[in-house]
Ligand binder design. Structure first.
Ligand SMILES: Cc1cc2nc3c(=O)[nH]c(=O)nc-3n(C[C@H](O)[C@H](O)[C@H](O)COP(=O)(O)OP(=O)(O)OC[C@H]3O[C@@H](n4cnc5c(N)ncnc54)[C@H](O)[C@@H]3O)c2cc1C
Length: 378
């Protein structure tokens, strides 16, 4: 067993940390306040190669693996969870096309999303199909050489900004879950419009929208994988995406701890720094221990995925644990900052709000408990 980063991973961590401090942090409060999608930061992430991690170089990728993704996403999340979410969700598209796409699809789309500057989205959720993704009602019926899409997807991250979207729709509604397929839709396709833009509690720079399909026709070549394999594709993608959410939660937690340590050394009450108050130092012990445990579960899940091993249970455990840790740690960090932590002048209240989403998207904590218990009890 080796718990150390390689020299290459240490270098990547340094690059990602510097990038996040220089390019991400300066606008993090502004995009939280305004809800503006940080297109310029996305373009810089393309330029530096972060959008290509995990995709072969022949398709414009920057190679690397799932551990590298965790390193980058967690460093970005330390400065801005919304920007980390944009990158993490964007990378699901390349992961799906790389695993399930044809050679033609890889050639046509992968370079676009890894180094070409096109943003991507993943659309599974519907108004009546959240945790129960198999209850999806959106249809994609073959008519000649085209699929005709009808229905609504909701809560889709990057959806309003993306050039390419993976839509999960029923190509054979009579088969229910077994009739679900994965279809690629491009921005601007007639019949595809953006509906409500959500007003959220946190990760405000990561736009979340409704997608509406009204007789939207796409070429039949846009089917990803085989008809009826959509649910399997979605669940495979989510196994990887959950490691990404774990990385987001880990970054938020690490930053909250770093800020708490700094604040406790600087803030003086009763004539002494807060570090002299034993009650608060126990908060620090608690935070540091939980973060260390979360870190190793996230990296272990990433290691399993990177080495081609089964990781469904471990990805669920990593996400469940890291997201609960992020909520707990940001709560304590805010408490350590007292009234200042509650003010928007300090980033703690944003981190506290941002942490909450990690317990909800890419599967809720309750769903992860289902996934884990099923695997353990099998
Ligand atoms: C900001 C944001 C961004 C998102 N981005 C995307 C995206 O890019 N793409 C996408 O497809 N989706 C996205 N989602 C959707 C997200 O994945 C769903 O919100 C999530 O899966 C939960 O579904 P739901 O909101 O319908 O809640 P519900 O499924 O209605 O759940 C309500 C409650 O019931 C619990 N529950 C449900 N079923 C069970 C069960 N069997 N056992 C125990 N408890 C259960 C849940 O855990 C939850 O507490 C996003 C959501 C948000 C909020």
């Amino acid at each position: 067993m080796d718990f150390n980063f390689t020299d290459g991973q240490l270098m990547l961590q340094k690059v990602a940390r510097e990038f996040a401090e220089k390019e991400v942090e300066p606008i993090s409060a502004e995009i939280d306040k305004t809800g503006r999608f940080p297109r310029e930061t996305f373009e810089k992430m393309v330029e530096i190669g972060f959008t290509g991690i995990g995709t072969p170089v022949e398709y414009g990728g920057s190679a690397g693996n799932d551990i590298d993704k965790v390193i980058v996403v967690s460093e970005i999340a330390k400065q801005c969870a919304a920007t980390a979410a944009i990158l993490s969700i964007h990378s699901i598209f390349a992961q799906v096309i790389n695993k399930f796409g044809t050679k033609e699809q890889k050639e046509k789309y992968l370079t676009q999303v890894t180094s070409g500057g096109s943003l991507a989205a993943f659309a599974l959720t519907e108004p009546n199909a959240g945790s129960d993704a198999g209850a999806a009602k959106t249809t994609a019926i073959l008519d000649g050489d085209e699929y005709v899409l009808n229905g609504t997807k909701c809560f889709i991250s990057n959806g309003g900004q993306a050039q390419y979207l993976l839509i999960f729709a029923l190509t054979d509604p009579s088969k229910g879950l077994k009739g679900l397929s994965c279809i690629l839709v491009e921005k601007g396709t007639p019949g595809f419009t953006i509906g409500k833009i959500e007003d959220k509690m946190g990760i405000n720079g990561s736009e979340t929208v409704e997608l509406i399909f009204d007789n939207c026709r796409v070429p039949k070549e846009n089917l990803i994988g085989k008809e009826g394999k959509g649910f399997m594709i979605a669940m495979t993608a989510l196994d990887g995406a959950r490691i990404g959410v774990g990385a987001q939660a880990l970054g938020i937690s690490e930053a909250a701890l770093e800020k708490s340590v700094k604040y406790m050394k600087e803030r003086v009450q009763f004539g002494k720094p807060l570090t002299a108050l034993q009650g608060l130092t126990w908060y620090i012990s608690d935070m540091a221990t939980k973060i260390e445990a979360a870190k190793w579960l996230v990296y272990y899940a990433a290691h399993l995925k990177a080495t081609g091993q089964k990781h469904t249970k471990e990805a669920a455990m990593a996400k469940l644990n890291a997201s609960e840790t992020a909520r707990h740690v940001t709560n304590l960090a805010l408490q350590i900052h007292g009234g200042y932590g509650y003010m928007k002048d300090y980033p703690l209240e944003r981190m506290y709000r941002d942490a909450k989403i990690t317990e909800i998207y890419e599967g809720t904590s309750e769903i992860h408990k289902l996934v884990i218990s099923r695997a353990v009890l099998r």
